[in-house]
Design a protein around this ligand. Sequence first.
Ligand SMILES: Cc1cc2nc3c(=O)[nH]c(=O)nc-3n(C[C@H](O)[C@H](O)[C@H](O)COP(=O)(O)OP(=O)(O)OC[C@H]3O[C@@H](n4cnc5c(N)ncnc54)[C@H](O)[C@@H]3O)c2cc1C
Length: 431
Amino acid sequence: MDFAYSEKSLALQAKLRAFMDDHVIPRHAQFVEEAGNGTHVISFMNDLKALARAEGLWNMFLPALEEVEPGTRLSNLDYAPLAEIMGTLPWASEVFNCSAPDTGNMEILHMFGTEVQKEQWLKPLLNGQIRSAFSMTEPDTASADATNIETVIRRDGDDYVINGRKWFSTGAASPNCKFAIVMGKTAPDNPNRHEQQSMVIVPLDTPGVMITRNIPVINHESYESHCEIVYRNVRVPVTNLLGEENAGFAIAQARLGPGRIHHCMRSIGQAELAFKLMVERTLERKTFGKFLHEHGMVQEKIARSRIEIEQARLLVLKAAWLIDKYGTRAARNEVGLIKVAIPEMQCNVIDRAIQVFGGMGVTPDLPLMDIWTMARCLRIADGPDEVHMQTIARTAVKEAKNGPRDSYRFMTPPDRDKERDLRETRPVAAE
Ligand SMILES: Cc1cc2nc3c(=O)[nH]c(=O)nc-3n(C[C@H](O)[C@H](O)[C@H](O)COP(=O)(O)OP(=O)(O)OC[C@H]3O[C@@H](n4cnc5c(N)ncnc54)[C@H](O)[C@@H]3O)c2cc1C
């Protein structure tokens, strides 16, 4: 395994850090003020986007760009540290056209879109002219199991007619959000539950699309917006289908591989920010005659946080390296590991920083509550922890079933031979 960054990545990291220092971080206070006005429009966003694009800091997330498409063409491994730098402030990725859910949607369109779909939807997304949403989760079905999805996509001549209710369609409240990729059932009676769903592109101005609310998360209405959307008799041409009919589940899986790495790297950026704020604070405040960093219990918080961040980063780099070398499928287990480990680490590190700040830690004067909110949501979004842990455990059990059952060699009970005989003859549990 080789996690060394290429020269190209190192040069971009330096450039990106300078851009963040010069143009993004100085705008943070203004962003917070404007984000609070509920319009989902930031006055300086387009100017910053133009500047980032002119500097070549654009679409860095997509490795397999065509020659004609704007972007940097980096491997996942080379992109990982860049996502971390952009992730420091949750809103910054949009400046570089590297923010969710657009990145995942661009990946889908790249992999499964027709030439016409690419021209109509991918091109303006790659150019940062429009934004998009991903509409899978439903309030009335347990969506952690995507086979439960109940939205109906019924073929009617040359059209699909869509009926259903979705929520947590992130980004849909932005006036710049022009379409959603909607997942629903085209073959609800197919005996294979993973081949009942399809994905279609739905322009948000289609009659019957109703954004009924922007759902606050942790009682906080965010700039990015998490919308509830009703689709009532929404009619789109069959040419809006993505990939094959009934292949929506597989497309959703393909979308989430690199997307989860991106989220995790951004999370590490936010954990680093919390760490920096925490350590600097300990240099400034004194209690009981000592600076905070001189108290053993604070030192433990600092040490644990450093250890956990470093562990997390290495695990994400391993997943990125695996995807680059062997493809998303080969990295499935590691992607599951990071999807659980990193938001948990992020929550823990930010929580410690909040504690070290005392009362100020829970005020909006610091970014800590906002990034903790993001971290907490990530333990649910893109599939809750438990679903990933279920897959991780199943993989481990399958490997054990298929591997040699010889752990008795490490045991030293007096009746070791009896133990071995017992194990070798014990039936393997059914699938
Ligand atoms: C901030 C945010 C942004 C989001 N953005 C989007 C988006 O853009 N598009 C979109 O479509 N969705 C989005 N989601 C939705 C998210 O993907 C779903 O909330 C998630 O998949 C869980 O589905 P659910 O809410 O229906 O929970 P349910 O399916 O009802 O599950 C509830 C809980 O049950 C438990 N559980 C479930 N399965 C198992 C299991 N196998 N073993 C043990 N316990 C289990 C878990 O604790 C889980 O949290 C977003 C969510 C959040 C919070």
